[in-house]
Ligand binder design. Structure first.
Ligand code: HEM
Length: 505
């Protein structure tokens, strides 16, 4: 008899596990599309790599299709692997796909919930996006600020000519300098700039805290209630310290602008358009949050795009030559291209589009959430748009691995391929509000660089070194460090650059 009870117990136990697993899977799936099977309770958590998950998702889509459901530790996740489904859900139904999931450590403890990118969808978010849209959201609005880009681009070229081996450092300097000037009217110092140190330190802590799986408390938010003094709560004490870095990043540059405004010396910039010296606290908070968001979201992304351009030029010299021929014939060799000239350079424009397609800078669109109200369906679902996969979807792009700007150049009987800007800047109501600035900045660097420099593979002892075309697997992806040769195209180009920068040859 006891044996019989044992068998019944075991059978009941197995049945219970099966019911839980089944319930778990029906909860996870609900009325949602199918996806790879996972383990009971933890679902697909062990199968999704911590970094570079977009490649795994792309592989799975061969079997599960353009839209699939995953279960990550009980959290339902939808992955969108084609432009059609991304537009269908994120654009057409943007009302329910515009939120961000809770990441309590970085947002609530470290304070980054004030930035546009990490804010939950709300009237304040809409107000912040409106501030950005009005001043940098269109090319017309940007015209007044484009002089800052031209000044910083010239400084970039001069520094590259002086020391071509410091490319990565100079790209970083250019994006930091141009965004701080456009946002706060602040010109960075030659070395060891205090404000640059402040924003970089905050961004460094952001990168650590925003990495997937950085905190258990993001998965179990109840842990954020643990007091900071509690043994084992070192992560909370650290996050609290890091929140002061965010506060400094938000407050110090704005303090500079306010002082300059009072002294009557503030250059035209994003905040100068809004600050009038009599702002109430609520309004000033809004301006501070919008301004902080520009550096937070705009600097690292632009670095990725410009470095990808240099890498592509080295690998595809014939495309470089074609763009240079266009610049020579339309602009000539007596001046550097300016922002006003960019519209006259269709091949350079196509080349910039191809940079944005060839290397997905934000490979996995930030998470969005929807609320599903059907019974048995999960209440909240996180949605990832796999930008990396969509930008190399063979239904949109022929030979997607190849860098080929010509795919965007219309000609008799040839229909250009799909505009990648509709994909790489995200979708729906959270689409990148800095996309016009990002394109203007990239195109200006591309046009001015190609007008005065040749970019080529480096040589060691007379032997050409083939570059590795590889990219980091971070949420904001850059090319892996690479060497390249950057040489002036001619003495005339050098003289032009020197006279434009105001220094002797
Ligand atoms: C090539 C450069 C850039 C790329 C590829 C890029 C791409 C993106 C993507 C994919 C998103 C997420 C959109 C979504 O969730 O649907 C985003 C958000 C954002 N971007 Fe950009 N971006 C770039 C440059 C910039 C620049 C220069 C700025 C501003 C100066 C900027 C400001 C923002 C902000 C504030 C958000 C958050 C929007 C929100 O959550 O509502 N970005 N960007």
């Amino acid at each position: 008899m006891p044996t019989c009870i044992g068998v019944v117990d075991i059978s009941a136990f197995i049945l219970l596990i099966c019911i839980i697993a089944r319930l778990n899977s029906s909860r996870a799936r609900g009325y949602l599309p199918p996806g790879p099977p996972g383990w009971p309770l933890i679902g697909n958590a062990l199968d999704v790599p911590k970094t570079g998950a977009w490649k795994t998702f792309a592989k799975w889509s061969d079997e599960w299709g353009d839209i699939m459901t995953l279960n990550l530790l009980g959290q339902t996740v939808l992955v969108l692997n084609s432009s059609n489904v991304a537009f269908e859900l994120l654009d057409k139904k943007s009302a329910i796909y515009s939120d961000r999931p809770r990441q309590p450590v970085i947002t609530e403890i470290m304070g980054w919930e004030r930035t546009i990118g990490l804010r939950r969808y709300s009237p304040t978010l809409k107000a912040l996006r409106k501030l950005v849209a009005q001043k940098i959201g269109t090319r017309t609005a940007l015209q007044d600020l484009s002089i800052h880009l031209e000044r910083e681009a010239l400084s970039f070229l001069w520094r590259i000519m002086s020391d071509p081996k410091t490319l990565a450092k100079q790209v970083d300097r250019y994006t930091t300098a141009s965004i701080l000037r456009i946002t706060y009217g602040y010109g960075i110092k030659e070395d060891n700039d205090e404000l640059v140190n402040v924003v970089k330190r905050a961004m460094d802590t952001f990168s650590i805290a925003a990495a997937p799986g950085a905190y258990l408390a993001d998965i179990f938010p109840i842990m954020t209630r643990i007091p900071a003094w509690f043994p084992g709560a070192g992560w909370k004490r650290q996050a609290q310290t890091w929140s002061t870095y965010f506060t400094m990043m938000r407050e110090l540059p704005l303090k500079y602008s306010k002082e300059q405004l009072q002294a009557g010396t503030l250059e035209p910039c994003f905040v100068s358009e809004y600050l009038d010296g009599n702002d109430n606290l609520e309004r000033e908070n809004l301006i501070a949050d919008a301004a902080t968001s520009l550096y937070a979201a705009g600097a690292d992304t632009s670095v990725g795009a410009i470095l990808a351009f240099f890498l592509a030029m080295m690998c595809y010299p014939e495309k470089q030559k074609k763009a240079q021929d266009e610049i020579d014939s339309i602009i000539g060799n007596d001046k550097l291209p300016s922002v006003a000239d960019l519209d006259r350079l269709p091949y350079v424009k196509a080349l910039c589009w191809e940079v944005l397609r060839w290397h997905a800078i934000a490979p996995l669109d930030s998470q969005k959430m929807m609320y599903v109200r059907a019974i048995l369906s999960p209440r909240v679902t996180i949605v990832f748009a796999n930008i990396w996969a969509i930008l190399r979807d063979r239904r949109l792009y022929s030979n997607p691995e190849e860098f080929n700007p010509d795919r965007f150049v219309p000609s008799d009987g040839y229909e250009p391929e799909y505009d990648p800007r509709q994909i790489c800047f995200g979708f729906g109501r959270r689409k990148c509000p800095g996309m016009q600035l990002a394109q203007m900045s990239l195109s200006l660097v591309v046009a001015t660089t190609l007008s005065v420099f040749n970019i080529s593979k480096p040589s060691v002892n007379g032997k050409v070194v083939e570059p590795l075309v590889q990219f980091t697997a971070n949420p904001i992806s850059h090319p892996l460090p690479f060497e390249c040769d950057i040489l002036p195209r001619s003495d005339k180009a050098m003289a032009l650059l020197s006279s434009a920068f105001g220094s002797p040859v």
